[in-house]
Design a protein around this ligand. Structure first.
Ligand SMILES: C[S@@+](CC[C@H](N)C(=O)[O-])C[C@H]1O[C@@H](n2cnc3c(N)ncnc32)[C@H](O)[C@@H]1O
Length: 356
């Protein structure tokens, strides 16, 4: 990974980017409103011939003034170009409109993070998710996930599942090739890994361990699918070290889970995981690390996602640099026996065992 080693911008490019940052929230909201009001779609329909301001006003439920200020802002952002009064969508405008990754990121940032980010400075000072009060009165977002307003919950799950949905099919074969039959899925959420696993082979049993709210959602889904004899449920709050882990598993599976915790908490969780598996058992970790990405934009997305954890989720975790994360594994007296990068969009699989 060589992206972050050199300042490659000219002074002019650097000045441009500084202004983009200064007006970042404006740029973000304009792009989102243009997308949601259908203005970008109307422009796209006309292709390279373009469309005038008046024609756009006729097609959308926005005033002439509204369309004009949005379009003029869009010119500066680079979402559209204008020639003799006709507006044409740019490639960036196309991605705002159609790219699924851009859509989940934008909806997540707006619905889950935007208001809470206003208090980022306080979160940095206190180590608490000071922005979470914009969503509800909980100490972490996970306590409130099942109670979030429907549109916010939709954006949260769309964001979370976008990455794991891409990774799960790519990793199932590797996970189950060593004869794992009885697996504990910690942070199993709505049951997606459990469902993928029991559909993968008839002799796999999954126990989902999560907070009670998420467990209820998972149980409902598993019942609907008629898979209740293949999946068990174990309710807990993993931050309470006095609560026991279930024991006797071939492996523990944690996908996009440990990034919800601080380094100290990760070490504590990993030590307790080790006690849950047999001597030869595996601790399997699926995570996205910003330093193992092939593309700098992928690293960028993960680095910015960290700030959601700081301001909204819990105040003390992040999308980790793999070097920091591996130190936690070392501190928990586990060893990595295999690492597979490049899974799905951005994930790495770390297969760990107890140190001998
Ligand atoms: C980011 S989601 C990951 C979901 C899923 N494993 C995936 O890969 O899509 C994190 C999960 O960890 C659970 N979680 C967070 N804090 C927890 C805690 N203190 N105790 C138990 N589970 C917790 C959340 O409820 C949520 O289901």
């Amino acid at each position: 990974m060589n992206f972050f080693k050199k300042d490659k911008k000219t002074a002019l490019e650097a000045m441009d980017l500084a202004q983009f940052i200064a007006f970042g929230p404006v740029v973000f909201q304009v792009a989102r409103v243009l997308r949601n009001k259908g203005i970008l779609s109307v422009i796209e329909e006309r292709g390279s011939a373009g469309i005038t301001l008046e024609e756009i006003v006729d097609r959308v439920h926005v005033s002439r003034y509204g369309v004009r200020v949005l379009l003029e802002s869009a010119l500066g952002i680079g979402l559209v170009v204008e020639n003799e009064g006709s507006y044409v969508l740019t490639r960036t405008g196309y991605f705002i409109l159609h790219d699924p990754l851009t859509k989940v990121n934008m909806d997540f940032v707006h619905d889950v993070c935007y208001k809470g980010l206003f208090d980022l400075d306080k979160s940095i000072e206190t180590g608490k998710p000071e922005g979470l009060k914009t969503l509800g009165n909980w100490s972490t977002v996970y306590e409130g996930l099942s109670q979030l307003p429907a549109h916010i919950q939709k954006s949260w799950f769309a964001f979370d599942h976008f990455f794991s949905d891409n990774a799960f099919p790519a990793v199932l074969k590797n996970v189950y090739r060593d004869g794992i039959k009885n697996i504990l899925d910690i942070g199993g959420n709505t049951g997606k890994w459990a469902i993928a696993s029991v559909n993968y082979a008839p002799d796999i049993h999954v126990t989902i361990m999560d907070l009670p709210g998420q467990l209820d959602m998972a149980r409902k889904k598993i019942e609907e699918l008629g898979l209740s004899d293949r999946v068990s449920f174990y309710s807990t709050n993993i931050l309470d070290e006095s609560l026991p882990f279930p024991k006797g598993f071939d492996a523990v599976w944690m996908s996009q889970f440990l990034d919800c915790f601080s380094e100290g908490e990760i070490v504590s969780i990993l030590k307790r995981c080790a006690a849950s598996v047999n001597e030869e058992g595996y601790i399997l970790i699926l995570e996205a690390f910003w330093d193992t990405q092939r593309f700098d934009t992928a690293a960028f997305c993960l680095q910015q996602t960290s700030i959601y954890f700081t301001a909204i989720a819990n105040g003390n975790s992040q999308m980790y640099d793999s070097r920091v994360f591996k130190q936690c594994i070392e501190d928990a007296e586990l060893e990595i026996v295999e690492q597979v990068d490049g899974i799905g969009l951005s994930h790495s699989l770390l297969k760990c065992r107890k140190k001998r």
